[in-house]
Ligand binder design. Structure first.
Ligand code: IPE
Ligand code: IPE
Ligand code: MG
Length: 240
């Protein structure tokens, strides 16, 4: 990317977001519109995710947190859940192969207990292998729920012997520990809701909703979202 393009995206009152969160929604409808099975939509969604991770790295966004599978998504038909698990395995295998080149640190947020031993082992290998990488961080939320994260944080705090509690201390028990909260939340796919994503961390995040379905949410759409973010006046409760 040219220095001009980067400066253009980073300029404006709010600058370039350090942390972008994405609810990767609309895969099923994308497939349906094409007369394809929903799993084909998830496969296109996985491609879109890889492209997004590379683009955010190129822009210099330090953290990208994506919602890939919620604690509620288990309600879906068995074939769809199995299809998503197979795609996850495929993604992790490729990531393990290519990650040295990309230098993106991968973290998984969510309780992996219900996943197959193979998937869990691949998740652990990805996190371990990329732990020292410095080319940005991608957090993949799997079997993730915002309420579950808060309850889990409370349990971890209690297990640690109930240390003096502040917002900062409690935030440290979330999956991401002390990483900065998202500056920008993007929800493609037309819905205007949070669907149990990052309930604690989104306190002052700017929201961007788009009707574009996730598999079609390309670099141009990211540029639009960032341009909209740059126009926002973040007051954090203050007057300005
Ligand atoms: C998001 O796309 C992917 C997951 C929830 C796993 P959807 O599958 O929810 O797509 P739509 O909303 O049905 O179009
Ligand atoms: C949110 O999308 C979860 C993910 C994108 C992983 P959903 O499609 O599950 O959300 P709802 O059901 O429309 O709220
Ligand atoms: Mg959906």
């Amino acid at each position: 990317m040219s220095a001009d393009k980067r400066a253009e995206l980073a300029g404006g009152p709010t600058g370039l977001p350090r942390h972008i969160a994405v609810i990767m929604d609309g895969n099923g409808r994308w497939a349906k519109m094409r007369g394809m099975p929903r799993t084909a939509g998830h496969s296109a969604g996985a491609d879109s995710f890889r492209r997004a991770a590379r683009y955010c790295q190129k822009l210099g966004v330090e953290y990208l947190t994506v919602y890939a599978f919620s604690t509620e998504n288990w309600k879906r038909p068995r074939e769809e859940v199995e299809g998503i698990m197979a795609l996850l395995e495929k993604y992790l295998r490729q990531a393990l192969r290519d990650m040295d080149k990309e230098q993106i640190r991968i973290c998984i947020f969510g309780d992996l207990t219900p996943f197959s031993p193979k998937l869990r082992q691949m998740c652990a290998a990805c996190m371990e292998k990329s732990a020292g990488y410095t080319g940005g961080q991608v957090n993949i939320c799997l079997n993730y729920g915002g309420r579950d994260e808060i309850v889990r944080a409370a349990k971890r705090w209690a297990a640690a012997g109930c240390p003096e509690l502040t917002e900062d201390v409690f935030g440290g028990y979330m999956w991401g520990g002390h990483i900065p909260d998202p500056d920008l939340l993007i929800r493609p796919g037309g819905e205007k809701r949070i669907s149990n994503f990052l309930l604690w961390e989104l306190a002052y995040t700017e929201m961007y909703f788009s009707d574009v379905l996730w598999p079609d949410f390309d670099e141009k759409e990211f540029d639009k979202a960032i341009a909209a973010f740059r126009e926002r006046n973040r007051r954090f409760g203050d007057v300005q």
